[in-house]
Design a binder for this molecule. Structure first.
Ligand code: UDP
Ligand code: MG
Length: 286
């Protein structure tokens, strides 16, 4: 029988942990005899009773396992840690807040059995999202698809199944600032999609603030695209060129041609040009 691990990152989800567990049990029942399931919770530095809830389940059910973080590292690191510790034939990642409907898991498995190596959940509508997040994510996908070498489909989520071969490749990444799903997309492999309506969050608040999402977006731009580096290099080139020409003009004009105008530059102005020149070289070297 093939083994499947359900990965659930959790940050302050004390009320949702048992609910998620119950939802998953229903799914496991419906697939009974065909697959061996286990659940891998990651307690991402929660300050409520999330860990106690997970531990309670793990003590009662040997198919419940967990990782417990020393502080809050963020969902990307939580899912990465779980994937690093997953030895099953396939992993399915889902949120702990019941926004990813567990009843779709059999469909993910079906697509996997049909040959897909990554099955990605795509959100049809998210009832819980504000204007800022909607606009922000539209802008994010526009930019990332313009500047990066991979195509990232909008509205794809972390609700996804990955075959063992994909997990093994994923585990070779050493990035510490990461956007898990973008890295998975970068890997390629045969993929298929499942469209779902995201439920409303049952308990607690979404802990991904706009600020956290903004940081995640910047990390993705920087790690998935060479454009920011190229921009720095180009700026260096322009700065070096302009300050180089100016410096040359002043030095040469002052000492060799004895131009009046070249001697009107003060010491601090000359120093500023020298510093600009060196900054340009540093930017180009980067
Ligand atoms: N999460 C996490 N660490 C964090 C923030 C969130 O592990 O620092 C988990 C959270 O418990 C949930 C999932 O990641 O299972 C999605 O988080 P959330 O619901 O806050 O985000 P959204 O639904 O807005 O994507
Ligand atoms: Mg959520």
């Amino acid at each position: 029988m093939k083994s499947i691990t359900i990965i659930v990152p959790a940050h302050n989800e004390e009320k949702n942990i048992p609910l998620t567990y119950n939802e998953l049990q229903k799914v496991f029942k419906s697939c009974e005899g065909r697959y061996v399931f286990d659940i891998l919770f990651v307690n991402d530095g929660s300050n409520d009773k999330t860990f106690e809830e997970i531990e309670k389940l793990a003590n009662a059910d040997q198919n419940v396992k967990y990782l417990d973080f020393s502080r809050n590292f963020g969902k990307e690191i939580a899912t990465t840690a779980a994937l690093n510790n997953c030895r099953s034939d396939a992993c399915i990642m889902m949120d702990a807040d019941l926004q990813h409907p567990a009843e779709l898991i059999p469909e993910f498995i079906k697509k996997w059995e049909q040959g897909a190596e990554v099955v990605v959940g795509v959100r049809k509508e998210n009832k819980n999202v504000g204007v800022a997040k909607t606009v922000g994510s539209a802008v994010f996908y526009k930019i990332i698809n313009k500047i990066s070498e991979i195509e990232i489909k909008p509205n794809t989520t972390d609700f996804r199944l990955m075959d063992k071969i994909v997990v093994d490749e994923f585990n070779k990444f050493t990035e510490s600032n990461r956007m898990t799903r973008a890295l998975i997309d970068w890997l390629g492999f045969k993929r298929d999609y499942i469209y779902f309506n995201a439920n409303e969050r049952i308990n607690g608040d979404a802990s991904y603030s706009i600020w956290k999402l903004f940081k995640l977006a910047i990390n993705s731009f920087v790690s998935l695209s060479l454009l920011p580096l190229k921009v720095a290099g180009l700026m260096g080139l322009v700065i070096t060129f302009i300050s180089g020409v100016a410096g040359f003009y002043i030095l040469f004009g002052k000492y060799f041609l004895h131009w009046k105008f070249a001697s009107t530059f003060s010491d601090s102005e000359n120093l500023a040009i020298l510093i600009l020149f060196l900054v340009g070289i540093i930017l180009m070297s980067i």
